[in-house]
Design a protein around this ligand. Structure first.
Ligand code: IVH
Length: 666
């Protein structure tokens, strides 16, 4: 049985990897999505029962993976160089002339160049051993990068297994976020109150350097390769173009905009063609890369101060103009972030009159030393909000502008949250209040039927509600004057307000709209800490590490309960009769050893299926984890445990067998 399972796991792993390749690389699937999902499900079920047979190149490794505390360092066998930039035809011509001078060729010689897109993302190196992806790292400083293998494994355009069994190869390329994914991510971040990424490059970089690969997996990243580092001797190619074709045939993602051209005029034509289609490409590029095609010539040309002599980036010139900052406005977004915006003397940049430019945050202002009255260079590229690139001449104000310590909307003290200044008065700040109330009343939160966006707008504008607690202090008649509100609808609303007082604790916590606290985290918080008192008394470290949610979320929860106006609102909610209850408290009471404790299972159990064992833990208020992390309470090891077991031993976790587990849940 077990041998058959292993065989089927192997078959499914190979089949899914092949179909992934057809779908993502060749864009030519040969099976339906439905059939593909069926294969995935079959494999997942088998891997769950036989974790010892899960292969390193299993598609299930694309999601999740262990949460690392910090990335390890990877020294690149061959340094990852950077490129010299050129911005004009003259500069490109000079690049060509220099090459000919260096090689001793006559000026009339036409060098063969290979031209590629210059992707605007994050450089990475992928190592394949015997065709299997074994390690991935960022470029870092070119000599040493960070080990981001688990995160790179979540990217569909990075094959876990190559189509050819190559002994050893280091593939180099760029990880990008496409324009649509970037827009969607920022929309989501705006909703949940996280700071926005300034451009897709920062978003890609932030996504790859996530401590939790599960977050990376949701970011829809792509990878395009453009070269190699070291590789086994048996691999032979003579030109850059052959190298790209070799990589493509091996299953590595190579963008189709690659061309071999004759002479530098050919490269300039390629640039002009790319410039025309730049806007219609689904991802950002910032120019093209021109490379001498012949690898022997590349070797002869070598490098100079960390850039190869044989390649240059021919970049699009950004649209920039000079203007003056006449004022700085600080607005407070729906989620409490303070955003400084420069008010400019109107300036025409590439046909558009620009009057405002984002200054992003205090760090950016400090870095560029920006203040009111300064002469500045302003850039506008594509659809991106114009931004101040640098100060050209300082005005009357020395030093950088300082963001206010008090929220310009409600006057409460702001906190520094990463790069952002944030108003923590989440439950009462007028700039945040409408969004907060709509969320509070929403179906999955307090479920107050009839309290939607339009009504909330009116109630806030009329001054009838200033925070969520005010909902419970509305009086009969308050609403009757409102447009579209009759006696019946008023009565209905009061009924659902009344009904909402009896709510489960996890939904109440979720309803408070604490930044980053979605339904799942709200549920975990209640399981671990009980009610508000428990959560309130936990420190940042405990909140962050208890179930691996990380410091950003831990801090957000901690700060929320340290803001007096928030706790005052919660007290008023309780006073008004809102009484959240822990739904399963009685159920958990007898399960002292399970409730609130975290478990992970590895290997097969005799008397339970994996689902049965996990469900019994969940029913008793315990938490089932999927990845091994430092803070696990119990690792239940059955027959032939898999890699989770080895990891648990390494981390010296509490490992118990099936009998001990049975004893716990008795
Ligand atoms: S070749 C030695 N090709 O540009 C040559 N780089 O400014 C190294 N980049 O770190 C790079 N698209 O991250 C090459 N088609 C392309 C590229 C490309 C984007 C990035 C890469 C590199 C940076 C250098």
């Amino acid at each position: 049985m077990s041998i058959e399972a292993k065989k089927r796991i192997d078959e499914l792993t190979d089949a899914i990897n092949y179909h992934n390749y057809r779908y993502y690389m060749l864009e030519d699937p040969v099976i339906s999505d439905f059939e593909f999902d069926r294969l995935i499900k079959e494999l997942a079920a088998l891997e769950n029962t036989y974790p010892q047979y899960v292969r390193d190149d299993s598609p299930s490794k694309r999601v999740g993976g262990a949460v690392s505390e910090k990335f390890g360092q990877v020294r690149h066998n061959i340094p990852m160089l950077s490129l010299d930039n050129t911005y004009s035809r003259d500069e490109v011509a000079e690049f060509d002339a220099k090459i000919k001078r260096f090689l001793g060729y006559p000026a009339t010689e036409e060098i063969e160049y290979e031209c590629e897109l210059k992707f605007d993302g994050l450089a990475v190196e992928l190592i394949y051993r015997d065709g299997i992806f074994v390690q991935g790292s960022t470029r870092g400083d070119g000599v040493t990068g960070e080990d981001v293998t688990a995160n790179l494994k979540t990217i569909n355009t990075i094959p876990l297994k190559l189509q050819k069994n190559i002994g050893y190869i280091e593939v180099r390329g760029e990880v990008l976020m496409d324009k649509k994914g970037f827009k969607r991510l920022n929309e989501e971040r705006l909703k949940e109150g996280s700071s926005l990424f300034a451009n897709p490059r920062n978003a890609a970089s932030g996504s790859i350097r996530q401590l939790d690969p599960e977050v990376t997996s949701k970011r829809n990243l792509i990878m395009f390769a453009y070269g190699t580092g070291g590789y086994s001797k048996e691999i032979i190619f003579e030109t850059q173009f052959e190298m790209m074709n070799f990589l493509r045939a091996a299953g590595i993602n190579i963008n189709k905009n690659v061309a071999v051209v004759k002479g530098i005029s050919g490269a300039i034509d390629f640039f002009d063609g790319v410039a025309k289609k730049r806007e219609s490409l689904p991802f950002e590029i910032d120019g093209i890369v021109i490379k001498v095609n012949d690898l022997k010539l590349q070797e002869r040309l070598g490098e100079i101060s960390k850039s190869p002599r044989w390649a240059t980036a021919y970049k699009f010139s950004a649209k920039q103009e000079v203007s003056e900052i006449t004022g700085i406005e600080v607005s407070v977004g729906r989620t409490g972030i303070l955003t400084p915006v420069a008010i400019l003397k109107p300036v025409n940049i590439g046909g558009v009159v620009v009057k405002r430019a984002t200054l992003h945050n205090q760090d950016e202002i400090n870095k560029k030393n920006i203040n009111i009255g300064d002469g500045v260079l302003v850039e506008r590229s594509g659809d991106v909000i114009p931004e101040v690139v640098k100060v050209i001449s300082k005005g009357g104000n020395s030093g950088p502008f300082k963001l206010p310590e008090l929220c310009p909307c409600c006057g409460s003290l702001t906190v520094i949250d990463g790069a952002a200044h944030r108003c923590m008065n989440e439950l009462s700040c007028p700039c945040q209040i409408k969004g907060t109330i709509v969320h509070f009343a929403s179906k999955r939160a307090m479920d107050i039927e009839g309290l939607g966006e339009k009504i909330v707008d009116k109630l806030v504008e009329k001054g009838l509600i200033k925070n969520v607690a005010d909902i419970y202090y509305l009086k009969k008649g308050d609403l009757s004057g409102l447009e579209g509100f009759g006696e019946k609808s008023e009565e209905n609303l009061f009924n659902s307000i009344e009904k909402s007082k009896n709510i489960s604790y996890d939904r109440f916590i979720y309803a408070l709209g604490i930044r980053h606290v979605g339904e799942h985290i709200a549920d975990l918080l209640v399981k671990y800490f009980g009610g508000i008192e428990g959560i309130k008394s936990a420190g940042i470290e405990e909140l962050s590490s208890r179930f691996g949610i990380g410091e950003e979320i831990g801090k957000s929860i901690f700060n929320f309960f340290r803001t007096g106006s928030n706790t005052a609102v919660i007290e008023r909610l309780f006073k008004a009769g809102v009484s959240p209850h822990i739904v399963n408290v009685s159920a958990y009471a007898g399960y002292g050893k399970i409730a609130g404790k975290s478990f992970i299972f590895t290997g097969g159990l005799k008397d339970f299926t994996r689902d049965e064992a996990e469900n019994s833990v969940k029913e008793m208020g315990g938490i089932v984890e999927k990845t091994v992390k430092k803070k696990l309470d119990y690792v239940v090891a059955g027959n032939e445990p898999g890699s989770k077991y080895d990891k648990a031993v390494k981390l010296k976790l509490n490992i118990i067998n099936e009998e001990e587990f049975k004893e716990l849940i008795k």
